[in-house]
Each structure stands twice: as C-alpha cells, then as structure tokens.
Ligand binder design. Structure first.
Ligand SMILES: [Zn+2]
Length: 79
C-alpha cells in the first residue's frame, strides 16, 4: 500500500519536472528567433534637427523646456 503511494508521488513528480524541462527547452528555442525577427528599435535623430533640441533651464521654476515652447505659465517666468 505504501509502495503504491510512493510510486504515485514519483510519477507525478516525474511528469511535473518533465513538463518544466520541456517548457524551458521551448523558451530557449523561441528566444533567439524572436530577437532575430524583431531587432530592437533604435533612436535615430532626423538630420533637420527637429527631433533633437537643446533645452533651456528656467531660473525661476527650475524646469527644462524647449525654447520654442514659450513661457512655462508662471507670471515671473522670463521665457
Ligand atoms: Zn519658468
């Protein structure tokens, strides 16, 4: 009777670990293919300079803003 119980536990454990092993194998197989299919997006600035701007720090409100955005909204803001 006890041996039967032990055998059941052993079979369940075997199936459980076998499933985990198969899952890991599948993930390892899938990962390199995904990286090759979808290369990571890279930021490439436009040559006209519109996508890259120098920010100007406002001395009153201590925020960095693009100069063309105008004042930040405060009355004492110099920009
Ligand atoms: Zn400001």
């Amino acid at each position: 009777m006890f041996m039967k119980f032990l055998l059941t536990v052993a079979v369940v454990a075997l199936i459980w670990f076998g499933f985990r092993f198969a899952q890991r194998l599948a993930m390892q197989k899938q990962a390199p293919r995904d990286q090759a299919a979808k290369p990571k997006p890279r930021f490439t600035p436009d040559p006209d300079g519109e996508s890259v701007r120098d920010l100007v720090k406002c001395p009153i409100c201590n925020t960095w803003r693009a100069p063309n955005l105008g004042p930040c909204g405060r009355e004492e803001c110099p920009q």
